[in-house]
Design a protein around this ligand. Structure first.
Ligand SMILES: [Zn+2]
Length: 519
């Protein structure tokens, strides 16, 4: 059984967690990392599968925009340094068109998950704080701070001092929230100190004062804030990434506070593994860091990206390296294969994976899917009419849905070539005149290739294999042989899939060039 189906049947069988409310959250402190998409897809699927079973379900996404800015993204202008420690919803937007930094980064992320077909109700934490929705849990947390302190010690091994309180206020003098500590509470107001040396990333103004912790003037600390959201919102299903789920980690502590202090049952939780992607362009060449969700989603059709995330079990890490030669080409092939299974063997788990990867309505009959690898090759050949080519391959004309699919794949093939393709996948242009020095073996090979090209080839794959066999059969090094083809025509050492390239060239031209070069 597909993992999401398994989990949902467990939830339903338990009779608990009602009314069903699936939630996830994220702090919008910068361009949101691609890894956060795992949470989107996991929770999105849980909500979707619950709904399929005709269960009423609420699906929310919280942006923790009361959190302080506690790290400085490398792409941000230096003038934003002064906002370190401020709550994110109060910091101006680094790009025009948004109310705050939090909104700017959150909105970019929302666009990505909407493209993936998920539409949770968005909740801005700062608004709930300001509207007083958290007032009750804030009072509860302050009144029961000794109990919380003991749980910090018991569950996670933290030692907090006797006059510690799990709340930070926004300093009325300097505007920072990350620099304040609360040291007293009288039931109405808290006493606080904005400390110059509380954290290394921001400096407090040393102001001491008294303030009400309610209506958005204060914010609970993260491990108390998390269960405060569960209780206030009524969350019953919320999973967490591996980093939060270690023993004695933030999930353990938060759920203990949830049950023992807030007297609210902890949500149904499982862990989900990492989703890592190798970094964009030149800035991070080999490490799995820094790729934003938006960067990846700009380079893949949404259903393909969704497929990548739906398919693996939630406990399996996804390491995605789009720069590796075949990664994306293979991903498309897999997607197409699963599509076939959907229409021929609908009870199969793979069919379910494909079905749950769809964003638009699924056509009742399968449509012809032009193979992405072929699209990549054909779009590089100016002499080829790509649509005609696929009419030929399919053996009949393309219907509207198939034409649309082809146009989409053409678009993403161009993006792939621009963004990820290794040099050797790019087909060079045939140049008019080329002077190259070929070895005796290479010359021999070219003279043998000519008769091959005279034959009729219905599939480029067959010619590709024949070119390879020709080298092997004559005890020639295939790499040198293919190089001879490219060198003679384009002057470059590499080119992909020689067969596709050769079949599109003028035969006379090939004849002339290969004869000259093999002399
Ligand atoms: Zn201050």
């Amino acid at each position: 059984m597909f993992w999401a189906d398994q989990v949902i049947s467990e939830i339903i069988k338990s009779g608990k967690y009602k009314p069903y409310h699936v939630d996830d959250m994220k702090t919008p402190s910068g361009r949101i990392h691609v890894g956060a998409l795992r949470g989107v897809v996991v929770h999105g699927l849980l909500a979707q599968v619950l709904k399929e079973k005709e269960k009423k379900v609420k699906f929310t996404w919280v942006f923790n925009d009361m959190d302080p800015m506690d790290g400085f993204p490398h792409y941000l202008q230096a003038k934003f340094k002064k906002y370190m420690g401020w709550p994110l919803f109060k910091i101006p937007s680094p790009q025009p068109g948004y109310d705050s930094m939090a909104q700017c980064y959150a909105q970019q992320f929302i666009e990505v998950f909407e493209k993936l077909g998920f539409q949770p109700e968005i909740i801005w934490s700062s608004q709930w704080y300001q509207q007083g929705k958290f007032n009750e849990v804030i009072k509860e947390a302050l009144d029961k701070k000794d109990q919380i302190r003991q749980l910090y010690k018991k569950v996670a091994g933290y030692n907090k001092s006797k006059n510690w309180y799990p709340l930070q206020v926004i300093c009325p003098q300097c505007g920072k929230v990350g620099t304040t500590i609360v040291y007293d509470w009288d039931g109405k107001k808290v006493k606080f100190h904005c400390k110059p040396d509380l954290v290394s990333w921001a400096q407090g103004c040393d102001y001491k004062g008294e303030i009400s912790p309610f209506d958005g003037q204060g914010k609970l600390m993260w491990k108390v804030d998390w269960p405060a959201h569960w209780k206030t919102m009524g969350v019953t299903v919320e999973w967490a990434g591996k980093d939060h789920m270690s023993e004695g980690g933030s999930y353990d502590l938060s759920s203990a506070i949830c049950e023992k202090v807030f007297d609210y049952p902890k949500p149904y939780a499982r862990l989900y593994e990492w989703f890592l992607a190798r970094g964009g362009s030149k800035m991070s060449s080999s490490k799995c860091v820094g790729v934003s969700a938006q960067e990846i989603s700009d380079t893949l059709p949404p259903e393909i990206l969704r497929f990548l995330l739906v398919r693996p079990h939630h406990k399996k890490a996804i390491i995605f390296d789009p720069f590796q030669n075949e990664t994306i080409l293979d991903l498309f092939d897999e997607y197409d294969r699963f599509s076939q299974i959907y229409y021929t063997d609908p009870k199969n788990d793979f069919a379910r994976v494909w079905q749950l990867s769809q964003i638009e309505e699924i056509p009742p009959q399968p449509i012809f899917l032009p193979r992405f690898r072929d699209v990549v090759n054909y779009v590089q050949l100016p002499s080829v009419d790509v649509e005609q080519k696929f009419i030929q391959i399919k053996g009949s004309s393309l219907n509207a849905a198939e034409k649309k699919e082809l146009q989409k794949r053409i678009k993403y093939a161009r993006i792939w070539l621009r963004t990820y393709a290794p040099e050797k996948s790019k087909i060079g242009q045939v140049r008019d005149e080329i002077k190259v020095e070929l070895s005796a073996e290479q010359k021999k090979y070219l003279s043998l290739v000519l008769p091959l090209l005279e034959k009729k080839w219905s599939q480029p794959e067959e010619l590709q294999q024949a070119l390879f066999d020709l080298a092997k059969g004559n005890n020639l090094n295939p790499r040198d042989c293919f190089q001879a083809i490219y060198l003679t025509l384009t002057g470059e050492k590499h080119g992909p899939k020689a067969a596709w390239f050769l079949l599109e060239q003028d035969k006379k031209l090939l004849n002339k060039r290969f004869k000259e070069a093999s002399k």
